[in-house]
Design a protein around this ligand. Structure first.
Ligand code: F6P
Length: 364
């Protein structure tokens, strides 16, 4: 078949933003579904950054690429980036440049007319702008361990990250009990406390600290002392990385190039807690261990359903949509609606109520 005759059926796919478990499973599902329709999928390497390299970095993805273990593996076989926004691209001399036109021209030269972007809300915002500017059709598949994308009950990668955090609490419990200690686990999640809330309940935490619920050190100490009075010699605390200090400051690290990332709030709180309780407190920062893990069955399932749906939306001629998991089904929503707000924990929601009913303190 000539390039012209299949032109409208050449789809590009890329992963964008931080990696997480389940990205390869999304790609596999999209490639298998596209192949069943006789379409070709072109995998862009390193997110949008791959299109700005000279020569551009991409490869044709075939069903045989996913025959073996790839679907079971964490990470992304295509690579990704979370720091090279094409509208404000960091140049070697330290300046920033709008390279969006260059990127669109490259996509067009590859005869791509629709793009599947596997990303979070930040990536969707960029990809939606880019594809509108270039008149390229766009479908988004939500992935993020933070689970902060609106209008989907779950994003790919979240469930597996929660499993890692829960297992970490399981491993902290025996050592906490052996040493009469408070063990404080710091988890990721950016500005949303979903990982801490879910893992805190599943992993039997005594205290859950999330950015959505302001806390007081004295209240955390009170809970820990009451656990002790009840006859238990240890406490488990889980804290979300974006929890602020009591005076309202973000705990962040500034990396080379001025990029900031959350980190260190658990250590800070351990020192503070020692002033208010008779326990020793120790911090564990889980970090990227929550991302670089093989996907669990829920993420593989979600990824498979979403990858298939993304290709089917293209077949139906529906664009500017994000696939979403709602009420045990795959649906699609407008990208613009999905990126409007960040989905954070509802302090009055069912899971916070569940946690409180179990005696878990939020330090408020
Ligand atoms: O958005 C995913 C996430 O893992 C956040 O939870 C975390 O704050 C951030 O990315 C870390 O980014 P990086 O991989 O650049 O350190």
């Amino acid at each position: 078949m000539s390039r012209e005759s299949i032109m409208s059926k050449r789809i590009a796919i890329l992963t964008s933003g931080g990696d997480c478990a389940g990205l390869n499973a999304v790609m596999r599902a999209a490639v298998l579904r596209a192949d069943s329709l006789g379409w070709e999928i072109l995998g862009i390497e390193n997110g949008t950054a791959g299109l700005l390299d000279d020569p551009p970095r991409y490869r044709i993805l075939k069903p045989s690429d996913f025959d073996g273990s790839v679907m079971r593996r964490g990470g992304t076989i295509l690579g990704t980036t979370n720091s090279r926004n094409p509208f404000s691209y960091p140049m070697p001399d330290g300046s920033k440049k709008d390279r969006s036109d260059e990127l669109i021209a490259t996509l067009k030269s590859l005869e791509v007319e629709s793009l599947i972007g596997i990303g979070g809300d930040g990536s969707f915002d960029i990809l939606n702008r880019l594809t509108k500017q270039g008149d390229i059709k766009f479908i988004g598949v939500p992935k993020t361990i933070d689970n902060d994308v609106s209008l989907t009950d779950m994003s790919v990668g979240f469930d597996t990250a929660v499993a890692v955090a829960t297992e970490a609490l399981d491993r902290l419990q025996p050592t906490a009990a052996s040493h009469d200690r408070i063990m404080m686990l710091e988890v990721m999640g950016r500005d949303a406390g979903h990982i801490a809330l879910h893992a805190g309940i599943a992993g039997g935490a005594d205290v859950i600290l999330i950015p959505e619920i302001p806390y007081k050190i004295e209240n955390i100490a009170k809970k820990i002392e009451s656990v002790k009075k009840g006859g238990r010699n240890f406490s488990l605390v889980i804290v979300s990385e974006a929890v602020k200090t009591p005076d309202g400051k973000k705990h962040q690290v500034v990396y080379h190039g001025g990029e900031t990332r959350y980190g260190g709030i658990a250590d800070y709180l351990c020192v503070k807690l020692a002033e208010h309780t008779s326990y020793e407190a120790r911090a564990t920062v889980l970090g990227h261990v929550q991302r670089g893990v093989d996907p669990g069955h829920t993420d593989r399932l979600l990824a498979s359903a979403m990858g298939v749906k993304a290709v089917e939306l293209i077949a139906e001629g529906k664009f500017g949509r994000m696939v979403a998991w709602q009420n045990r089904n795959i649906v699609d929503v407008a990208i613009e609606d999905a990126v409007k707000d960040c989905f954070t924990v509802n302090p009055k929601g069912m899971l916070v109520h569940t946690a409180r009913s179990l005696g878990i303190s939020f330090g408020d």
